[in-house]
Every structure is written in structure tokens, then in C-alpha cells.
Write a protein that binds this ligand. Sequence first.
Ligand code: TA6
Length: 310
Amino acid sequence: MIYTVTLNTAVDRIIYLEGQLSRKANNKTKSVTLDIGGKATHVSVALSAMGIDNVATGIVGGQNGKLMVELMQAKGVTCQFFDQPNVNTRESIILVDESGQGSFMITQKGFELSVDSINKLEMFLDKQVQAEDIVVFAGSPPPGFSLTQYKHLLNIVKHKQAKLVVDASGDYLKSALECNPYLVKPNEFEFQEFIQKECNSIEDFIIELKDLQTTVDLWIVSLGKRGSIAKYNNEVYLVVPPLVKEVNETGAGDFFVSGLVAKIHQNESIENILLYATAVGASKAMQPTSSGFDLSEVQSIIKQIEMRKI
Ligand code: TA6
């Protein structure tokens, strides 16, 4: 089974604007829509659309939490979220203008998890997760969630001999690495923060990733529309997607992770894992919403991807 864990759930308020967003101007909205936010939630949405069984878990609260779960269930996701009383799942604001230059994302911090919520989640993972399952932790943990608590949660999964997939940044990424994850996927900014060096070109990223001493099976640095660099079994791959018409790239990284997880689950080759994930991520960027992607686009995008071992 695949489990996805979102510690800091969110509802995305996507605001579509007329023209290009500019300062000191009256920026007019065209329309506003609410969609599923948070990161691991998107992984579940994509896996369910691919027909791959999975369970989405995490902590929700209030009206926003209820809405997020309803939106996920409407997309066929099996949800096992724990409801925390007297709090509301946060809202993330996504601004999409007509400049064709990508979206703006503004996120709230979210609510602190109660001891009761954390216990429920820990007990759930401890009871359900079995050897060879895949468990995905993606997104920023909520305020007050300590590194010790984070590691404790990850170690529950690790002790079950399940595959741990982590999409986190900063100190949470460092803590995750102490739990021997199977896969980590920092983006270019998170990776530079991690290595504490600036990378000014794709070659710089390749050099740094090649030099990295790591016990992680699959390290991937995502570079947005420039693609990604992956290190697997000491081999390094550069994967470059075709230029697609980017409408709203919010969540493209989450959908990329879903493609990785789907093909890891199906025991595919590393090449197929990377090609599929890249196409799913690119397909997401072509959609206006946070949780939309078109499976029928994936095969044609795969044919246009350039991938080479370096
Ligand atoms: O990757 C996009 C997204 O999942 C949005 O839907 C938004 O809710 C946000 O990321 C949450 O990110 P965070 O790192 O704050 O958990």
C-alpha cells in the first residue's frame, strides 16, 4: 500500500487575474476557485487518477479541513485524516495572472498539532504500515512541530521496513536524512540551502549531486521547467522536459513525486521512473488548478523528454 502524509493540510484559494499582476494598480480578478492544497495530498490525487491504491492521511481542522477531504474524496482518494477540534486547516493563496510567467504562492503557517492528533497519526501509521509499503511525507510541517517529533514519525515508518519518501526542506530535510529515506526530492533552492553553496548552472548542480555522500537510494533535485537531476546507484541522470504551455505550475513538484512513487511501486527501471514523473509534472503545469493533470498527455510528453546519464 502507499500512504501519503500531510502534516500541514491546506485549501488553495486560486485567484485568476486579468492581465499581469502589478504593484500600485487595481488588479482585477477574473475568477476564484478553491482546490486541494498541501503537498502529499496532491500525490494521493494523482495516484488515484492513475488507478493506484493509496491512503491519504494527516491532520485537518474546521470547515477548510472538511472541504479539503470532500474535494479529495470527489477525486476518488481514500482519506483517513484525523480531525483536530477548534482549529481550521490553513488557506494558501495562489495568484495566476495572464503573463504566462508562473504563479505566485502565499501560504499561511497553519495550526499547531495537538498531542492527541499526533498520537492518533502515530498509532495509525504504526498499525497500518507494513514492510515494502511506500510512505510519502510531503510539505512543510506545521508551526511548533519539532525536529524530534518529525524524526519520531519518520522512524515509525522506517522501523516497519517501508520505503520512506520525503519532500521537505531546511532542517526537516536534514532530520529526514537521519532516518535513511529511500527518496528525497528537494527543489533547486532547497538543495542549495542544504549544501550551503550557490549553484549557478545545471553543471554546478550536477557536480554537487555527484559529490554528495549519501545513503539515500534516489536523490532528485528538481529544477522547475529546466527538469531535474537524479542520483541513483551512483549514476547521475539529467532529465529535461519539453517546453510546455505553463498555466499554473503550483503543485507540479507534487505531481512529479506522484509519478516517481507510481513507478517505484510498479518496480520500473530508473529511466522509466524519471521519464514518467517528468511527464506527469509537466502535464500538471499545463492545468489551471492545483490538483488537475491530464493522464492522456503523459505518453506524448514522454516522447519529447531528453534524458541522459552523465
Ligand atoms: O506544491 C504546491 C502546494 O502543495 C500548494 O498546493 C500549497 O498548499 C503549498 O504547496 C503547501 O506547501 P507547504 O510547503 O507550505 O506545505
